[in-house]
Write a protein that binds this ligand. Sequence first.
Ligand code: 3UK
Length: 506
Amino acid sequence: MKDPKEGRIFNAAAELLDRNVALRGDKVAIFCGDERVTYKDLEKNVNKFTNVLKALGVKPAERVMIVLPDTPAFMYAFLGSIKFGAWPVAVNTMLQENDYEYMLDNSDARVLVTVHDSKAARAKSTQFCYKLLADHGLDSLMESASDEAETYPSQKEDIAFWLYSSGSTGRPKGVPHRHIDMIHSADNYGKKVLGITESDVCYSVSKLFFAYGLGNGLHIPFRHGASVVLLSSPPSPESVMETVAAFKPTIFFGVPTQYNSVLKRVDGEGARAFSSVRVCASAGEALPPEIFNKWKEQTGLEILDGIGSTEALHIFISNTPGDVKPGASGRIVPGYEAKIIDDEGKEVKAGEGGQLIIRGESVTRGYWQKPETNAEKFTDDGWFKTGDMYTEENGYFTYQGRGDDMLKVGGIWVSPVEIENVLIQHQAVNEAAVVGHDVEGLSKAFGYVSLNEGFVDRSGSDELTSEILKFVSDRLPKYKWLRDVYFVEELPKTATGKIQRFRLRK
Ligand code: 3UK
């Protein structure tokens, strides 16, 4: 860490809170169920969390892992850690114990903040780690803590927090972000694309632990003095519609799968619940034009598709109100640069396909302790290789698929390798491959298996199909479940024996 006296102090938590407390302290910052948290109360609770860390002897730059539902406690822990100079690590609440154990070790977390009945609470870490349960203990520690705290004198370029991102092979990678990254996203995508003001109320179906949800529900609204609605339970189409009807958000954020499942429930009547909404945004996976059109017919609203990533923190190419091209990801967001390159790294001609690479202030400087991957994915002059295939014409970028075998299902990364590794543990399965197939314009995971001798006569049977599907669903979180499994005599392979998933995609 640099000497704090070298440059101007810049702490993202203070940036997001101080001005709001001064200008609109009594305004509600967070709506969550029956709870209302004003900006003043938000700051007090953030300070209390800061003091809890201090009392535990936590040091700046130590990691505080957060595995919490979308609740005010998430905000207190996240912003409280940043204000203290510690690095919050926001993690998916839907993972398995062994995933948390990996991440606790990989991040060398000093503190874990979760709830008593989570899988994270049961995870064991090899190094010393305090466990704070938001629903059992943390509340009383916070109650007795002082509600005043100093701001850690960080600078713009210092690390402020981490997220994790999954890859096609191996474990998830830590993605450190800096204090300036949140502000950069909020001032560019938030202001220049969404046109957010303090009169907006944001509701994101995507949860805070995703980079998309974090921007939608935390730094974008708070940077601009807006309010946010949190739904602590997993989103069902019904609970999403109830939330919209009850809290009347003006900006609605979802992923394509969620728009699609809401569409299946709404008729003209239900669509009126969205009358408070002025902007709808979508990200995580490409928005099929059919969903865009149906949504517009039903609600009268256009959905702004935009592509973002955990590495970039938020959206860097997007459609904008008044400039929407259905089926395209839109134009470059101010504050970012994009190029499409061929396999040699040369820029392609207009209209030709290639890999999308991007640059911008909110892009991470590299994964935590992954020098080889960093050398592959990041250039010295700040470009990040997204792994996405794109074309560009007249400034509009259109998604053409992934350059690797990774799947986006419901806007969430799914690694085929992880599901394949479960499939091959089934006694009947010899080899397995998992690929994405199009269902209503959206990618869903399907398995292909060849069977071991002695099981071949059960190939294609309904019993074995359901047995294998259940085998997967018993071992993985729901978003990684297979839609179906197909039986083949042999999987397509390269001369060197590598399974060719791309041949199964067709
Ligand atoms: C894919 C898209 C087509 C693409 C994210 C908004 O999704 C987010 O982050 P992740 O790290 O995944 C990044 C990858 O997802 N993708 C995202 N959006 C689109 N593909 N059209 C889209 N509109 O493969 C990308 O590389 O989970 C989204 C904001 C913040 C985010 N982190």
